[in-house]
Design a protein around this ligand. Structure first.
Ligand code: APR
Ligand code: PHB
Length: 391
């Protein structure tokens, strides 16, 4: 049997960062993770870090490579049909974002955890949280050798993502779930080609959305809106490049460098929030608690703001300052979560074409993009949300 202060279910970015911050504060954790470390690091995920995220990683001692290898972006391009315009984060809100792949963040978190001998158990199965309402709740699971194990701790944190076990451990009559599923997906590719633009391009055309992003100067990440009725293998590279070029504004069509895709996948888009984020001694963090469509690049950043609030609450509790912040975690985190969910929903609705849209919808969309292009107030609101609201 294992006894620790905090049991963390899930060894993705949320679980790893929470463990790093708590262990740095002398609070003992154990992470139990379903997959191997290699599997966790094989996931291709967005790479836009808000300033709050970068400083949180830095304070946890995991910010070195972000500063050395990350790309500071002080604005983004928005385009509609053949026109494009730039929104300057620097001129509107005096902030920036950093482009640094989530996989690299996760890799650095794993390295940092290994450096402090963190307890991470990979390959677990049949994880069960036994009575979260009880003081010192138990978590039972089978390890990779099929041996049944038990952990007793003061608290359990579900960092086990959208398909995890934690959210299911809260009785239906004790939780409310809110969801919006979008009628399209993102077909994404990774290519060893130079990015078409130094900054990201969010493009809308009547044929659908496109996004031009990057991982570094020779690794580009591109997405086009696609039907959910299709599979990645239905699309040839040639078709992808042709569609992407068609959705780019005129000034970028000629400079797009194409090449073979080294990764191709379709991601569905969904908004999801569960309330509350606390049930007895169980807390939910990150994708276990909420999902946003990737348009606003909020997924990882929102997971980390949950970690910020909860880790502070645990530090106060273990410093003998009581449970007030633990009780406040859910309300405080949900206030910021819903603002990020709203922005991600708004940006997704603005930049994508909905099958149900009629000519009036199209005119409203073009008018809203026109307003965003020509109002410094609208650009300030966009920037304030995109770079990340304060924690
Ligand atoms: N037991 C143990 N581990 C589990 C279980 C389980 N029952 N279910 C899921 N897991 C693990 C998954 O294997 C995964 O490694 O929990 C981890 C959850 O990690 P993520 O899904 O990455 O969620 P999170 O850490 O909150 O990070 C959120 O990742 O998915 C992206 O877009 C998302 O950027 C956001 C970030
Ligand atoms: C990415 O680089 O994968 C990316 C960037 C910005 C987004 C979504 C994804 O809004």
């Amino acid at each position: 049997m294992i006894k620790v202060n905090v049991t963390i279910i899930g060894g993705g970015p949320s679980g790893l960062l929470l463990s790093q911050i708590l262990m740095n504060a002398g609070i003992e954790t154990v992470i139990i993770e379903k997959h191997t470390k290699q599997h966790v690091l094989s996931r291709i995920r967005a790479g836009v870090l808000e300033q709050g995220t970068v400083s949180l990683l830095d304070k946890a001692g995991v910010g070195k490579r972000v500063y050395e290898e990350g790309f500071r972006h002080e604005g983004t391009l928005i385009s509609s049909e053949n026109k494009s315009f730039r929104i300057s984060f620097r001129d509107t809100v005096r902030k920036n974002v950093t482009i640094f792949g989530q996989t690299e963040v996760t890799r650095d978190l794993y390295d940092a955890q290994e450096n402090i001998d963190a307890k991470i158990i990979h390959g677990v199965s049949d994880v069960q949280i036994i009575d979260p309402l009880k003081n010192n709740p138990e978590v039972v699971f089978y390890d990779k050798n099929g041996l049944k194990k038990k952990i007793i701790s003061d608290f359990v944190v579900g960092c086990d993502g959208f398909h995890g076990v934690s959210r299911q451990s809260i009785p239906a009559n004790k939780k409310k779930e809110f969801e919006r599923i979008y009628p399209f997906g993102w077909l994404g590719i990774l290519s060893e080609t130079p990015p078409v633009s130094e900054e990201l391009i969010y493009a809308n055309t009547r044929d659908g959305f496109a996004l031009c992003s990057m991982r570094n100067e020779s690794l580009s990440r591109y997405y086009i809106q696609c039907s959910l009725k299709t599979k990645a293998e239905d699309y040839s590279d040639n078709y992808f490049w042709q569609e992407l070029r068609a959705r780019l504004p005129e000034q970028f069509k000629g400079s797009l460098v194409t090449g073979p895709s080294i990764e191709k996948s379709i991601a569905p888009l969904r908004s999801f929030v569960i309330e509350p984020l606390k049930y007895g001694q169980l807390f939910l963090v990150g994708d276990a608690a909420h999902i946003v469509p990737p348009t606003g690049a909020k997924g990882l950043n929102l997971a980390f703001s949950d970690v910020f609030y909860l880790s502070n609450a645990f530090k106060l509790f273990y410093a003998g300052k009581g449970e007030v912040e633990l009780e406040n975690y859910s309300g405080k985190a949900l206030s910021r979560i819903w603002k990020a969910v709203r922005f991600s929903w708004w940006m997704t609705t603005l930049m994508h074409e909905f099958p149900s849209a009629d000519p009036f919808d199209r005119k409203i969309k073009l008018s809203e993009i026109d307003y965003l292009e020509n109002s410094k107030y609208a650009q300030k609101v966009f920037s304030e949300n995109y770079v990340g609201l304060p924690f």
